[in-house]
Design a protein around this ligand. Structure first.
Ligand SMILES: [Zn+2]
Length: 442
């Protein structure tokens, strides 16, 4: 017993007197820096929080895309990932003791806790996790999310698919449900624009549906528009002349457009929306990189494919954020940060990658253009056992730790001072986003 005790003391002495430097040859986060990083009130650039629903109701306005078939889920997202227990302890504190409960009892205890918080639950989650503001990518906001702490990011994709989508839907097993979802949202946008059907000409569509929708969303508080379009086609948007786009629109308004013609129209509409967003002062979010489905076209979501859009001088007035930082094309994303209007967040990398691997990506970005790097969780509802809040807890912790590891490494290599390390942490977790969206930072 005594021997064990002495061994423990020696072990502790060794761990705590190590120059926070390296354990097993790897950089370990500097403890003081990590403690400071935990105090920073974050701005989450991309997440999918759920509204507070009354008993039995389902939140149908969270998202619209669905994979056609089950696929192999990466380890960190599996409900049996032991990291989730720690994440929940951090979030719920001693509200219930998961380690003493059977799985079903734990779920019931958690659901009871959430239902008691009712519409105060979403803001409570942000408070617990040190998140000041969460940009919420949703079809519409909902109960408990109508707080200045949750800012709306609506979907722009439905606006680029105004014609018959049957041919496009048939090209990939996933596409059918994505196009159905997009069509439903477009019908909503038409109705909200006071239009009963897609108008007969492109000019009328732009003036009576597209622009009024963006203006209305801006008025309703949207700070950004999100394109998840990589789930429905590749990111190569050509610069289609308006005459060609008008011809396709008028010709196939009442028909089924051939794939080549429809693509030309979609390309035009995508670029048109990007330009309009710039005019209205709305930031554009584009999903780049890995997508969650066994049929997702990974190669078609490479951020370099988007480069002609990012290089179009007519679109330089729009700020564009590469959502998820293009992982696994994180180094391609890093090089795109050269462009004055391009930013990147590392949402989803917070759970697709281990904290260690994320720290490597972050370091490479911070050594390049740190003013354009944004924190994001991509927190979403996996299932009641691992809800959006549990997910946010796991990812925000991973992000803070990865940031601390990256910055500690840079300090140890003499690249930055401790003061600069803390400044970079504040920029990534908060200040860069505050500047980008024009928030008054506290
Ligand atoms: Zn997302």
């Amino acid at each position: 017993m005594m021997k064990k005790y002495i061994f423990a003391v020696i072990f502790c002495l060794i761990t705590f007197t190590l120059p926070a430097a390296s354990q097993n040859g790897q950089v370990a986060a500097d403890r003081d820096l990590l403690a400071e990083i935990y105090k920073i009130k974050a701005i989450d650039n991309h997440a999918h929080p759920l509204a507070a629903m009354r008993g039995g109701e389902i939140d149908v306005e969270e998202d619209y895309s669905q994979a056609a078939e089950p696929f192999d889920v990466p380890v960190r997202l599996r409900p049996d990932n032991p990291e989730y227990k720690g994440a929940r302890r951090e979030l719920y504190g001693d509200a219930f003791d998961e380690s003493r409960l059977k799985a079903a009892d734990y779920l019931a205890a958690k659901q009871l806790f959430i239902s008691k918080k009712d519409e105060g639950f979403p803001v409570w989650v942000l408070d617990r996790l040190g998140i000041d503001v969460m940009l919420s990518n949703r079809i519409a906001m909902g109960r408990g999310l109508n707080s200045p702490r949750f800012l709306w990011v609506p979907f722009a994709d439905p606006l680029i698919f105004p014609l018959d989508n049957r041919v496009a839907s048939a090209t990939n097993p996933d596409y059918l449900s994505h196009y159905k979802g997009a069509e439903k949202i477009l019908a909503r946008y038409l109705k909200e624009s006071g239009v009963s059907a897609v108008p007969p000409t492109l000019d009328a569509y732009l003036k009576r549906v597209l622009t009024p929708t963006l203006e209305r969303q801006k008025k309703q508080g949207a700070v950004a528009l999100k394109f998840g379009v990589a789930y429905q086609r590749t990111l190569d948007f050509a610069d289609t002349p308006i005459a060609e786009a008008s011809r396709v629109f008028a010709r196939y308004r009442n028909g089924v457009p051939p794939a080549k013609d429809y693509k030309a129209l979609q390309d035009f509409l995508f670029r048109y929306i990007v330009r309009e967003a710039g005019r209205l002062g709305i930031v554009v979010h584009v999903h780049v990189g890995a997508g969650a489905s066994g049929y997702f076209d990974q190669g078609g979501a490479n951020p370099f494919i988007l480069e002609p859009v990012l290089n179009d001088p007519k679109l330089r007035g729009t700020k564009i954020v590469l959502i998820h930082g293009g992982s696994p094309f994180a180094q391609e994303t890093r090089m795109l940060l050269y462009k004055p209007n391009v930013y990147a967040d590392f949402s989803a990398q917070t759970f697709l990658l281990s904290t260690r691997e994320l720290s490597t990506v972050l370091r490479s970005w911070l050594e390049f253009v740190p003013e354009k790097v944004l924190f994001g969780t991509d927190a979403f509802e996996l299932m009641p056992e691992v809800n959006w809040a549990d997910h946010a807890s796991l990812t925000v912790t991973s992000a803070r730790r990865a940031l601390a590891i990256a910055l500690t490494g840079m300090m140890q290599d003499g690249q930055i001072s401790r003061d600069r390390a803390l400044e970079l942490a504040r920029m990534v977790l908060r200040e860069n986003a505050a500047k980008l969206y024009g928030f008054k930072s506290k």
